[in-house]
Write a protein that binds this ligand. Structure first.
Ligand SMILES: Nc1ncnc2c1ncn2[C@@H]1O[C@H](COP(=O)(O)OP(=O)(O)OP(=O)(O)O)[C@@H](O)[C@H]1O
Ligand SMILES: [Mg+2]
Length: 408
């Protein structure tokens, strides 16, 4: 199987493309597949294992859940794997990778219609006869009119999946209501029990684990999990270096070290840096080498963007909650990660210190997860800072506030 890098090298059009500002290979924005998906090889293998078997017609027994804070690369991973699977499956019609938006799955009924539609669409794009599509439309109508049971609909879908195995990807799955998630997982299971090769991949923010819990989908049974953490230094450098090299831009080691240090392994920041430095790189004539001076030139712009993102995250807290967050951040900075019980005790202590009721603990903990303040990656029990720089931002806010108070 080709790696992302091999695919990238194959895409020579990028290298030969005229170097103008519109050809920036970096993807400084959420949901945009990066030019080179760095450091996710193991995760991709885990996905291919399960999806490959399904596509090969095997009825697997588990689904896959991917969770990570904002901007860690969930959508990119799904898109990249989807793209690669499709390119492996060039002889059209053999299998389908479907990416579904949660907006079309607000209720159980909507989710089921989407499932029928999506499996229908997968046929629409294939070389299978028109009749199959017409059949699915009729089926959907019959089910809506309660003329057909859901179980018999699943039987029909299973038959379709046997002709064309389906990978059903749901991004932003933390936004599904627990009953919808439970229904979709049950439906996938029912299609499988009727011998249809189908698999579900659900990606979302760490809150997804709560939704899974509330949906009653067991954590151990019939599920695989992946969490995406920050990239290590080597992979961070690769995320910048490879796309630069396709535009024949080089970057000095010391400049790269500074970028890697600033981005702290966060894919979103790496793309910010890459994008801005690339612009400088193509403006240079002759030797396109990015050095420390270029990094210094770009730094204010990157800081501004990070600041804006952190500020909007912090603004989601009320005044008294944000005071509590500051105290917690001061304590967490010194001890690193803590387990859930310990975190809850710390929240309670801070609430008491503020003379507030400790019944608020749950709400605050949930919001901490929701706003990417802390999270706990797979295989750890400790909650640690979710996004680099957010802790420093909060502490900086506090210093500013204290300074203002002093001068007032
Ligand atoms: N492995 C990676 N290597 C390099 N860049 C990456 C990688 N993963 C993601 N990116 C880049 O990081 C940014 C965020 O990625 P993406 O939107 O996929 O994250 P996400 O986890 O889906 O975020 P959100 O929670 O907002 O949906 C994008 O600019 C993307 O191109
Ligand atoms: Mg996303």
């Amino acid at each position: 199987m080709e790696t992302g890098f091999q695919l990238l090298l194959k895409d020579q059009t990028m290298a030969s493309a005229k170097l103008n500002i519109a050809n920036n290979p970096f993807t400084a924005g959420h949901g945009k597949v990066p030019p080179f998906l760095a450091g996710r090889e193991d995760d991709k293998h885990k996905l291919y294992e399960l999806l490959g078997r399904t596509i090969g017609g095997e009825v697997v027994t588990s689904n896959l859940y991917i969770f990570a804070p904002r901007g860690m690369g969930k959508t990119s991973l799904l898109e990249q794997v989807g793209k690669e699977l499709k390119s492996l499956n060039r002889d059209k019609g053999k299998s389908a990778v479907i990416m579904t938006a949660v907006n079309a799955m607000q209720t159980v009924e909507e989710a089921r219609k989407t499932l029928i539609d999506d499996i229908g669409i997968s046929f629409r794009n294939s070389l299978l006869p028109e009749k199959v599509i017409a059949d699915l439309n009729i089926l959907s109508a019959q089910w809506s009119a309660k003329e057909k049971s859901w179980s018999s609909v699943c039987g029909y879908l299973a038959e379709k999946c046997r002709k064309r195995p389906v990978v059903f990807m749901v991004d932003e799955a933390h936004r599904l209501s627990p009953d919808v998630l439970a229904a979709v997982v049950d439906d996938i299971e029912m299609i499988r029990r009727k011998d249809g090769p189908v698999v579900g991949v659900f990606a979302g923010k760490p809150l997804l684990l709560d939704v899974i819990g509330e949906a009653g989908v067991s954590y151990e049974e019939r599920s695989d999990y992946i969490s995406l953490d920050l990239l290590n230094d080597r992979d961070s450098a690769a995320a910048i270096e490879y796309p630069m090299s396709t535009s024949s831009i080089k970057i000095t080691r010391s400049a790269m070290n500074q970028v890697v240090e600033d981005a702290q392994g966060y894919p979103t920041y790496l793309q910010y840096w890459g994008s801005e430095l690339w612009k400088l790189g193509i403006e240079k004539t002759g030797q396109n080498v990015i050095g420390e001076a270029d990094v210094a030139l770009v730094r204010p712009e990157i800081s501004k963007r990070k600041q804006l993102a952190d500020q909007s995250r912090f603004d989601r807290w009320s005044k008294e909650d944000s005071r509590l967050l500051v105290s917690l951040t001061e304590r967490l900075r010194d001890i690193g990660g803590v387990n859930r019980l310990c975190m809850e005790e710390m929240i309670e202590e801070e609430l008491e210190r503020q003379g507030r009721n400790i019944v608020e603990t749950d709400r605050i903990f949930r919001k901490m997860i929701e706003t990417d303040y802390v999270w706990s990656p797979l295989g750890t029990t400790n909650y640690k800072a979710a996004l680099p720089s957010y802790f420093s931002f909060i502490l900086g806010q506090e210093m500013e506030r204290a300074a203002q108070q002093k001068s007032a």
